[in-house]
Write a protein that binds this ligand. Sequence first.
Ligand SMILES: CCCCCCCCCCCCCCCC(=O)[C@@H](N)CO
Length: 218
Amino acid sequence: MHDGKIPEHLFLCAGLSLPGIFVEQDISQYERNMNINYFGSLYTAHECVRLMVNNGVQGSVTFVSSLLGLFGLIGYSQYVPTKYAVRGLAEALRSELQAYGISVHCYFPATILTPGFDEENLTKPAITREIEGTDEGQSPEVCARKLLSGLERGEFAIASDSLGWIFRCCSRGAAPMNNVLTDTIIAAIGWIAIPCWRLYADALVKKWARANAKVKSQ
Ligand SMILES: CCCCCCCCCCCCCCCC(=O)[C@@H](N)CO
């Protein structure tokens, strides 16, 4: 609450990632990541939405997932499920909170160039950095603007670059489209582009596996 007033627009941005290799990570990292990214968003949304509903305040709730809430990638096995969970919560609440005049949105940014990103890069496996390197990243200011303009257009799923549009349109499930025509065209591009990219990414993982095996046999 700000000055005793109930917020009309809620943004659930807090989150982090603890990248690492599945067989090398401790299960506590999985629990910590889920606690911060998913339960952190859930607790805040639950408190705030109850205040909004109980006081008849209408507005919006915007969750921040990630491109990695749309597909999975090596090194992010502790993080991807947390962002799928956030996306799942957003979808369920989109359906439910319309009953109170509260719109729900989910943002799927790619790399955001924050201090948190520098931090996670310190422990990020080289193979993950290499695959992720295709994406140049965007400043927090650009991302905030993209998020707000998506919100103004009333989009449920908001993406902020061409990569995001492709994965958003190809991983939509039963969520609403933003534009039936352009989303369908983008999805058609993705049907071709994503499998091609996956061949490339999987080849990098196999190369990494061979180099890794060599290290281990020495
Ligand atoms: C269609 C064909 C082209 C595909 C190119 C794909 C390149 C992969 C980019 C992966 C980007 C991951 C962004 C999310 C990062 C994130 O959420 C964490 N850093 C958060 O801490």
